[in-house]
Design a protein around this ligand. Structure first.
Ligand code: DX5
Ligand code: ZN
Length: 226
C-alpha cells in the first residue's frame, strides 16, 4: 500500500527568505520539499539549481526516522535538457530524489541506472502531451512516476483534470508505485487526483499562500487516504 506524501513546491515561496520558507513547510508537517529546477531550455523559465540546493541542505540537514527514511526529503524535479549532466551535482549537493522528464532523454532506463548508482531515488515525469503508456516498461525500475497536471515551467496554473485517466491507468497497473501529480493542486482539485490513485501531491501556490498550511497539508493527506 502506498502512503500519502504531501510535497510543497518551493517555486511558490518567497525566495528572499528561502530557508525560513522551507522550515515553515516542514514545521507544517510537509513530508517532502519539491524543488523545481528549470534551465530555460527544456522549459521557458529559469528557477534555481544545485548551489541553492546545497545551501538549503546545509540549512536543513538530513534526518532519519526509525525505518531509515530521510524526513527532510528533497524531491528534485529536473525540468532540464540533458538531465544526465546533473545527476552527480544533485547527489553531491543533498538531493534525495531525481525526477527527469521522459521527453528530455534518449535513454530513460540508462538514466534511471545512473541515478541509482548515485544513491538517489529515481523518478520519471511526463508532460501533458505525452501518453502514459511510455512509462509502462520503465515503471518497474522507478521509485516514482510523475504525471504533470500543468505544462511544466510555471507555478500558479490551472489544474488539468483531463490528466486523471493517465493516473488511473498507471495506478491500475502499478498498485505499489508512488504516483505524483504536480500543478494546480489545491483543496478544490485534490479530490480528483486522490480518487484515481495519486498519492504524492505537489502543492505550490496553495500551500505557500495558505493562512494555515498545516491544516491544508493534513486535509490533503486525509483526501489521499480516503
Ligand atoms: C511547474 C512545477 C510545479 C509548480 C507547481 O512546472 O513543476 O512544481 O511549482 O506550482 P502550483 O502548485 O502553484 O501549480
Ligand atoms: Zn514540479
Amino acid at each position: 500500500m502506498v502512503k500519502p506524501i504531501i510535497a510543497p513546491s518551493i517555486l511558490a515561496s518567497d525566495f528572499a527568505n528561502l530557508g525560513c520558507e522551507c522550515h515553515r513547510m516542514f514545521n507544517a508537517s510537509a513530508d517532502w520539499l519539491h524543488i523545481d529546477v528549470m534551465d530555460g531550455h527544456f522549459v521557458p523559465n529559469i528557477s534555481l539549481g544545485p548551489p541553492i540546493i546545497k545551501s538549503l541542505r546545509k540549512e536543513i540537514p538530513k534526518k532519519f526516522n526509525e525505518i531509515n527514511e530521510n524526513v527532510k526529503f528533497f524531491d528534485c524535479h529536473m525540468m532540464v535538457s540533458e538531465p544526465e549532466k546533473w545527476v552527480e551535482d544533485i547527489a553531491l549537493n543533498g538531493g534525495d530524489q531525481f525526477t527527469f522528464h521522459y521527453e528530455s532523454t534518449e535513454n530513460p532506463l540508462g538514466l534511471v541506472k545512473l541515478i541509482k548508482k548515485h544513491n538517489l531515488k529515481a523518478a520519471c515525469a511526463i508532460k501533458p502531451g505525452t501518453p502514459v503508456d511510455v512509462l509502462f516498461e520503465l515503471a518497474p525500475f522507478l521509485d516514482m512516476a510523475l504525471v504533470m497536471t500543468v505544462e511544466p515551467g510555471f507555478g500558479g496554473q490551472k489544474f488539468m483534470k483531463d490528466m486523471m485517466p493517465k493516473v488511473e491507468k498507471l495506478r491500475q497497473n502499478f498498485p505499489d508505485l508512488n504516483i505524483q501529480v504536480d500543478g494546480g493542486l489545491s483543496r478544490e482539485t485534490i479530490p480528483y487526483a486522490a480518487k484515481v490513485g495519486a498519492n504524492v501531491i505537489v502543492a505550490g501556490t496553495s500551500c505557500f499562500t495558505s493562512k494555515d498550511p498545516q491544516e491544508l497539508i493534513q486535509y490533503m493527506r486525509d483526501e489521499v487516504k480516503a
